[in-house]
Design a protein around this ligand. Structure first.
Ligand code: FRU
Length: 484
């Protein structure tokens, strides 16, 4: 099998051909999850942006549909959102429920060229009509003005739009989906910034696990200044009154949704069925530092595994926690469990071959002054270490060993502080060219691409380097190929 073929993931969403970046227009309606995405159908590098489109009933097996939005004389179609207009408040759907999509119209070669456009569909996304009065929000004199996220705010009976406005977020309101009034800006002096604009906001209300209270969570992409360098996703926790988002942490607090290199442009699905109640996100599994250079040719980039987000009270404050969607269990094959094991001498703790996609779960207890290496690919190594009662994780990724690096930014080496030493669980999804690691009930997420030189056959091993480790509750499953 050619490396190019081998790298196409088995259980993650990829475009049939061409380039993919951000997830767009995530909405659930009539039993279908819609996934649109930034798409260049004519080449596998970024170019004139379209919205590719696929639907799924389980968030794993996707049916590709025709392109939802294509460039026109007004410009190309940058990122945005979709939602259900329940009860036809917009008047666009003859009294029925319909789908609204908001996207950024980016015009060619003029200053302040980004504005927000509306498109709508009355046949569950099979055909989209661009609103004749576009743009619905003209550019207000801000160079980076894009990535509209729209939702219905029940409490104040209005639609809310968030859009990137340079290094902050602009918040708007509307009662007819077409005319929008500016409410406020958020964020200039908050969280992580770099020299570029913030990107791809999302805002949602979420319950605090085990309590009746809720909070509003604002998710934002940082293109170059993320935790592991390059692109990454941060979030804020606070309140939203329909006009203003109030961050409840100090201005310098930075909360990372994922600590790895390849988790960007996060968006959550709108209009999940009430009986479900989950907040499910998906992210682009790449990084603008090298996205255009990764070693695939006919297609480029995939989405992450969809994950359910919950808000939990931790000793550090309220934090978003991740869990792979439960639908993933439907792909399980060849279950393997291992007896609990205490390891007191350096050497292998477990070791197995894998070739396509798999999920590995276990819990790990390390004694003080101990360290253990978990190595799912020869090019990716996680070192857990305990020193003076503090647990850390070092993550080292190589490029393609032995061949010229495709990009100098790809290899990396960073450490995440995991706090006081304790027994923590690990949940690892490996696909042909990616590793998504959730630790400590999903409190920490680390997502990385890997392009193994050796091809499909890999070894996943754990070895004690020093001290003592106890591994409990180890379960491993192969994941079956997803077919639409
Ligand atoms: C984020 C982003 C968005 C923009 C889109 C263009 O990855 O830069 O801000 O809308 O990609 O493809």
């Amino acid at each position: 099998m050619s490396a190019e073929k081998f790298y196409r993931p088995l259980v993650h969403f990829t475009p049939p051909y061409g380039w993919l970046n951000d997830p767009n227009g995530l909405v659930y309606k009539d039993g279908e999850y819609h996934l649109c995405y930034q798409y260049h159908p004519h080449d596998s590098v970024w170019g004139p942006m379209h919205w590719g489109h696929a639907v799924s009933r389980d968030l794993l097996s996707w049916t590709h549909l025709p392109i939802a939005l294509a460039p026109d004389a007004k410009g190309v179609c940058f990122s945005g959102t979709a939602l259900v207009d329940k009860g036809d408040k917009s008047g666009l759907f003859d009294g029925q429920d319909g789908l609204l999509a908001y996207y950024t119209i980016t015009a060619d070669n003029v200053p302040f060229n980004q504005s927000q456009g509306l498109a709508y569909s009355s046949d569950n996304g099979r055909h989209w009509t661009k609103y004749a009065g576009n743009p619905v929000i003209a550019n207000p004199g801000i160079e980076d003005f894009r990535d509209p996220k729209v939702f219905w705010h029940e409490q104040t009976q209005a639609w809310i739009m968030l859009a990137t406005a340079g290094q902050q977020i602009a918040i708007y309101r509307s009662t007819d989906a077409k005319n929008w009034q500016f409410s406020s800006f958020f964020g200039e002096d908050r969280g992580a910034h770099d020299e570029r604009a913030w990107e791809c906001p999302d805002l949602f209300e979420i319950g605090i696990a085990g309590s009746k209270e809720t909070r509003w969570v604002l998710v934002i992409g940082v293109q170059r200044g993320a935790y592991a360098r390059g692109s990454g996703t941060q979030y804020f926790v606070g309140q939203f009154d329909g006009e203003r988002f109030i961050d409840e942490n100090t201005p310098e607090t930075v909360l990372w949704l994922d600590y790895g290199r390849d988790f960007y442009a996060t968006q959550t699905w709108s209009d999940m069925p009430a009986a479900d109640g989950r907040r499910v996100e998906i992210s682009w599994m790449s990084n603008w530092l090298y996205a255009n250079q990764v070693p695939t040719q006919s297609w480029r980039s995939s989405m992450t595994m969809p994950q359910e987000l919950t808000l939990k009270a931790t000793p550090d404050g309220l934090r978003l926690c991740h869990a792979f969607i439960r639908e993933l269990e439907g792909l399980y094959q060849n279950p393997v469990s291992a007896a609990d094991k205490t390891q007191t001498t350096p050497g292998a703790v477990f070791d197995f071959d894998w070739s396509q996609a798999q999920r590995l779960q276990f819990s790990l207890e390390l004694k003080d002054n101990s360290s253990l290496v978990l190595q799912p690919f020869s090019e990716l190594r996680f070192t857990f270490a305990v020193h003076k009662g503090q647990l850390t994780l070092r993550c080292q990724r190589h490029g393609q060993i032995g061949v010229t690096e495709f990009d100098e930014h790809f290899p990396h080496d960073f450490t995440v502080a995991l706090g006081h030493n304790r027994c923590i669980n690990a949940d690892l999804v490996l696909d042909r060219s990616s590793a998504e690691l959730l630790l400590d009930g999903g409190r920490y997420a680390i997502t990385n691409l890997v392009f193994p030189k050796e091809g499909p056959a890999q070894q996943c091993s754990a070895a004690l380097v020093s001290g003592e480790a106890i591994i409990r509750d180890l379960h491993r499953h192969d994941l079956a190929k997803v077919t639409a």
